[in-house]
Design a protein around this ligand. Sequence first.
Ligand code: NAG
Ligand code: NAG
Ligand code: NAG
Ligand code: NAG
Ligand code: NAG
Ligand code: NAG
Ligand code: NAG
Ligand code: NAG
Ligand code: NAG
Length: 767
Amino acid sequence: MAKIFLHSFHLLLLLLFLATHHSDQLQPSQIFSLLQIQQLLNHPPALTVFKDSTDFCSIESTPSFTLACYEDNITQLHMFGNDGDLPLPQNFSTDTFFEALGCLSSLKVLSLVSLGLRGPLPRSIGSISSLEILNISRNYFNGDIPVQLSSLRNLQTVILDNNEFTGKVPEWLISLPVLAVLSVKNNSLGGFLPNSVTVLQNLRVLALSKNNFSGEVPDLRNLTNLQVLDLEDNYFGPHFPALPTKLVSLVLRKNKFGFGIPAELGHCYQLQKLDISLNEFVGPFLPSLLSLPSINYIDISKNKFTGMLLQNMSCNAELVFVNLSSNLLTGELPSCLHLDSKSSAVVYDKNCLSNEAQEQNPSIFCHHEALAVKIPAHEQNHTRPVAKTVLASSTAGAIVGGMAIAGVVFLVIRRANRKASVKTSPTRSITERVSPVNTAKLLSDARYISETMKLGASLPAYRTYALEELKEATKNFEASSLIGETSIGQIYKGKLSDGSLIAIRSLKMRKRRSLQIYMHRIELISRLRHCHLVSALGHCFECYQDDSSVCRIFLIFEFIPNGTLRDYISGLTGHKFTWIQRIAAAIGVVKGIQFLHTGIVPGLYSNNLKITDISFDHNLHAKIRTYNLPLLAENKGTVGGGSSPGPKGSKSEGVKHEDKDDVYDIGVILLEIILGRSIMFHNEVGVLKDLVQVSITTDDIARRSIVDPAVHKECSGESLKTVMEICVRCLSSKPADRPSVGDVLWNLQFAAQIQDSLRGDAQNNED
Ligand SMILES: *[C@@H]1O[C@H](CO)[C@@H](O)[C@H](O)[C@H]1NC(C)=O
Ligand SMILES: *[C@@H]1O[C@H](CO)[C@@H](O)[C@H](O)[C@H]1NC(C)=O
Ligand SMILES: *[C@@H]1O[C@H](CO)[C@@H](O)[C@H](O)[C@H]1NC(C)=O
Ligand SMILES: *[C@@H]1O[C@H](CO)[C@@H](O)[C@H](O)[C@H]1NC(C)=O
Ligand SMILES: *[C@@H]1O[C@H](CO)[C@@H](O)[C@H](O)[C@H]1NC(C)=O
Ligand SMILES: *[C@@H]1O[C@H](CO)[C@@H](O)[C@H](O)[C@H]1NC(C)=O
Ligand SMILES: *[C@@H]1O[C@H](CO)[C@@H](O)[C@H](O)[C@H]1NC(C)=O
Ligand SMILES: *[C@@H]1O[C@H](CO)[C@@H](O)[C@H](O)[C@H]1NC(C)=O
Ligand SMILES: *[C@@H]1O[C@H](CO)[C@@H](O)[C@H](O)[C@H]1NC(C)=O
C-alpha cells in the first residue's frame, strides 16, 4: 500500500515537474489563435516569422508587428499596416478576426492601426476580458461604439481616432472604472457629452476633437486627474466649461463658446497649452494667463476679447507660441512678448494695439466693437461658476485682477511643525507639472502593464499631493502621527479627507538642487506599483523660496497596518503562519523582488530586504515595505544603494551579480521561515545555514527536528527539503553560485504545490 502511494507520488512529482517546468511555452489555444490570425491575413510577408514550432514570444518585433508575452501568456499584440505591410485579403472577415483575437484571453494591449478594417466594431471584442489598452485608430470602423466594450472592466485606454464611428458617446462609460484615456478624435460622433463622464475619476485624457458634439460641457470639476481636454472643432457651448485645476492642456478651439472666460482659469498652475481660438468669447482677456507658471502655448485668436495691454506686463519665460490675432485688444504689446528667438512665434495682428509692426485696426474700431458686444439678458445671473468676468467695457479692472491672481501662484508656507529642524530660508510648496504618464512609454513595457494589472483597480492613480492636504491628514505633522524616524527623515501616518489612510515619508534634501533634477526619480517612483510592494501613491515637493531649490520631498505610500512577517512567524500577532502560509509569503516577497529587478527600467537592486520590512494586507498578501527607493539612496550619499559590504559581497564581483544581494537576503528570510527563530545578527546566518545544509543530507526525521516546532508536523518532507535546498543555495557565499530570482520563485512554487497536493491526498485517503 505504502509502496503504491510512494510510486504514485513520484509520478505526481514528475507530472508536476513537466507541467510547470516548460513555463515559457505558450498555451496551445493562444498558439492556435496566432496561426489563425496569420491565416486570416492570408500569410502576409510581414508575418512569415510565424511557424508552427516557433517560440512566438521571442519573435523579433518589426514596425508592422509586435507581440509581447508575460510568463506563458500573450499580453500585447500590435499590428500596424501603414505601408501596406499587412494588406487585407479580399475574403477577409473582421468578425472572424476578432473572434480569433477573443481566444487570447490574457491580452492586455491590442493595437490595430491603419489596417483598413471596416464595418462595425465586432461585438466579440467584449470577450477579450483582460484588455487594458485598445488602439484601433486609422481604420474605417463605423456605426455605434458597441456596448460590449462596457464589459471590459480593466480598460484604461480607448483610442478610436480617425474612424467613422457615429452615434453618441455612450452612457455606459460609467461602467469602465479605471478608464484613464478616452480619445475619439475625427469621427462622426454627436449629441451631448453625457454627464456620466464626470464619474470617471481616473480620467486623464479626454479627446473629442473633430466630431459633431454640441451643447454645454458637463461640470468636469470632479475629474481631478484630468490633464488633457481636447474639444476642438465641435459645436460645444456657449458657456465656458467648469474645469478641474490640474489641466495641462486645454483646447476649446473652433466651437460655439461665448461669454467671458472665468477667473478660475488663472488657477490652472499646471496649464501648458491653452487654445480657445475661433470661438465667440467676449469680455476682458486675462493677462495673468500669460504668466501662468507652466504656460508655453496660448492661442486666443478670432474672438472678441477686450482689454488694454500694458508694456510692463509679465509673462512666462517658457512661452513659445502666442496668437492674440483678431481680437479687440488695445494698449501696447507687453515687452516680454517681443520674443526674438526663432523657435517662438507671437502673432497679434488685427487688434487695436499702438505702434506695432503687425497690421492693426484703429482704436475706435475696437471701442465700437466692444460696445456692440451684448450679453443676452437671460444669461446675466447664470448660477454656474463661469462667465463671472463678462463685462464688455472695463479694461483696467481686468488687469489689476490679473496681477492679484499672479500673486497667489507662489504660496508662502509658514512652518508650524515644531519637530522639523530650524530652516534657514522660507519655503513654499509647489505643485509642479507632472508629466502625464506617457501611454506610448507604457506600451513599451509589457511587464509593467501586466504587473500593474495584478493590483486590480484598488490603488488610486498616482498623483501630486498639496502640502496643505498632507498637513490636514497628519494634523499638521503632529507628534502623534509620527510612526517612524530614520537618519534621513520621518514617516508619518495620515488620514486623507476621503478617509483613506496613507504613510508619508518626509525626506529632507541635503543638497540644494532644482526640481528638474528629481523629476525622473519621481517618475520612476510613480511606476513602483505591484501587489507585493507597499506602493507609492504620490508625492509633494517643498521648495526654498529664494532659489526654488527643493528643500523637502514627501513621498506618499499606501498604509499597511498589519504585522510583519517576523510577527506572523513568532505568533506575536496572535496568528502563527502555517507552513503553506509561510511559503506563500515567501513567494510574494520573491515576486515583489522580481518586479523591482525586471518589472521597471532601470531595475532596482540591493534592496536590503529584511523580514521586519515585510507587511501584510487584509488578505494576508505579503508586501515589501522598504526597498531601494532611488531618492533615499541618493540622500544618504551612497548612490546606487547596496551599502553594506557584509557577507553578500556582490560588490567585489562587479556589476554582473547585482541581483544576487537580494537573493542572499531572501535566503536569510527563508532561514527564519524554516527555523522559526528570529535571526538578529548576520554572524548567526553562517552557523544556521550549515545546520540546514547538514540536515538536508540526513533523513526526514532529523530534518524535521530543526524545523520550527509550530510547523514541523504539518509540512511535507519533500516540500521542506525543497525550501531548505533553495535556502542554502541563496546563502552561497559566492554571488555567482546563488540561484536567480526566477529559480527561487520556481522552487518555492514547486514546494507549495507538493505541499498542497499532499494535503489533497491526505484528505482523499481519509474519505
Ligand atoms: C495565463 O492565462 C491563464 C488563462 O487565461 C491564466 O489562468 C494565467 O493566470 C495566466 N498567467 C499569467 C501569468 O497571467
Ligand atoms: C481566402 O482566400 C485565400 C486564397 O485567396 C485562401 O487561401 C484562404 O483560405 C481564404 N480564407 C478564408 C478565411 O476563406
Ligand atoms: C479624419 O479621418 C479621415 C478618415 O475617416 C481621414 O481621411 C482624414 O485624413 C482624417 N483627418 C485628420 C485631420 O486626421
Ligand atoms: C451634426 O449634428 C446635427 C444636429 O446636432 C445634425 O443636424 C447634422 O446632420 C450632424 N452632422 C453630421 C455630419 O453628422
Ligand atoms: C462631485 O463630487 C461630490 C462628492 O463626491 C458630489 O457631491 C458632487 O455632486 C459631484 N459634483 C458633480 C458635478 O458631479
Ligand atoms: C493666428 O490666428 C489667426 C486667426 O485664427 C490665424 O489666421 C493665423 O494663422 C494664426 N497664426 C499662427 C502663426 O498660427
Ligand atoms: C505698469 O505701468 C503702469 C503705467 O504704465 C503703472 O501704472 C503700473 O504701476 C506699472 N506696473 C508695474 C507692476 O510696474
Ligand atoms: C435672475 O435672478 C433673479 C433673482 O436673483 C431671478 O428672479 C431671475 O429669474 C433670474 N433670471 C434668470 C434668467 O434666471
Ligand atoms: C494609437 O495609434 C496611433 C497611430 O499609430 C498612434 O499615433 C498613437 O500614439 C497610438 N496611441 C497609443 C496610446 O498607443
